[in-house]
Design a protein around this ligand. Structure first.
Ligand SMILES: [Zn+2]
Length: 309
């Protein structure tokens, strides 16, 4: 190889290094991420609760980061929830489902995509669940259903309100009907919570879609959403292809969904804990009034029965 070829080869190497696109893994392992103005230090974003100071984009965060913000750093108890048998349908697409589960667990450090905790907001005991988007897109399958039900049961047994911080693309394809049945199971569980007169708040975060929107994310007493979150059932492209019309600007974003009545209020991440605390205080006072009225009525009916006998 003469000196001219050497120079040309070195130049090609530099060129390809410059043009090589960073992979998702490269970004995950680096100190940097990107937003509207290009690269931004993760540390700076973290100081601002993972909200961009320039465009107010609420970046996706993990359940642990959520709960640290909501209850204070490590100021909550994490529950170990039941994990059903992996891969009940022995599913394989481009990769075996078992392998996908294995890498999701390694990536997130979680056994399933949903984390259940108990903590305090405004001195009120709260049971809460949140999903990790890095765990197979926070999709819902049997293990996540078990986690949700565990949370509801804990709320009922301890008479606490239940807070669901929703995220996820929907029900998990690899568990087919077993995943779909989680829509019914979570709905029945929420009904039990309501029978016990316990508040159910949903905080919708980006993205909440598919069967998650069609079940537990839309059954709250109050629906709060973070700004700019995608809230959808079917995807925008599918809808546009079906209705054959141009969709309005901001379609399926929190602000649009609020106007259509599916979201009650949009709250910035920094204000979430305070707002949820206020709402829970009001709801619990109202519920205690209802409960005492119920007790009075049953006492009245008891004395009436006694008098009649
Ligand atoms: Zn930005």
């Amino acid at each position: 190889m003469n000196w001219i070829t050497k120079i040309i080869k070195a130049g090609e190497k530099i060129k390809s290094a410059i043009h090589k696109r960073a992979t998702k893994e490269d970004i995950a392992n680096s100190d940097w991420t990107s937003c509207c103005k290009g690269p931004i230090l993760k540390k700076d974003l973290e100081e601002n609760l993972w909200v961009c100071p320039d465009c107010n984009k609420h970046h996706r965060i993990k359940p642990k980061q959520r709960f640290d913000i909501m209850f204070g750093p490590n100021n909550y108890e994490i529950f170990k929830t039941p994990i059903p048998k992996d891969d009940p349908l022995e599913w394989t697409d481009s990769k075996p489902y078992k392998e996908r589960l294995k890498s999701a667990r390694k990536k997130t450090g979680l056994d399933c995509g949903m984390m259940v905790v108990s903590g305090k907001i405004n001195n009120i005991n709260v049971t809460a669940v949140a999903s990790d988007f890095d765990f197979l897109g926070a999709s819902m399958a049997a293990a996540e259903g078990e986690a949700f039900l565990y949370g509801i049961q804990h709320a009922i047994e301890n008479k606490t309100p239940f807070l669901c911080i929703s995220a996820g693309g929907g029900m998990r394809m690899m568990e087919s009907l077993i995943s779909l049945s989680q829509m019914t199971r979570t709905t029945i569980a929420i009904n039990e919570l309501k029978k016990n007169n316990l508040p159910y708040l949903v905080c919708i975060t980006d993205p909440t879609a598919g069967g998650i929107t069609a079940s537990y994310a839309m059954l709250g007493d109050i629906h709060i959403a973070e700004p700019g979150a995608l809230i959808a059932f079917a995807g925008a492209r599918v809808i546009q292809g079906t209705v054959k019309e141009e969709l309005p600007e901001g379609f399926q974003k929190s602000e649009y969904v609020e106007k259509t009545g599916f979201v009650d209020l949009i709250v910035e991440r920094k204000d979430l804990a305070e707002k949820i605390g206020t709402l829970l205080s009001i709801l619990l006072k109202r519920n205690s009034v209802i409960n005492s009225e119920k007790n009075e009525t049953s006492e009245d009916s008891q004395s009436l029965t006694k008098a009649a006998s």
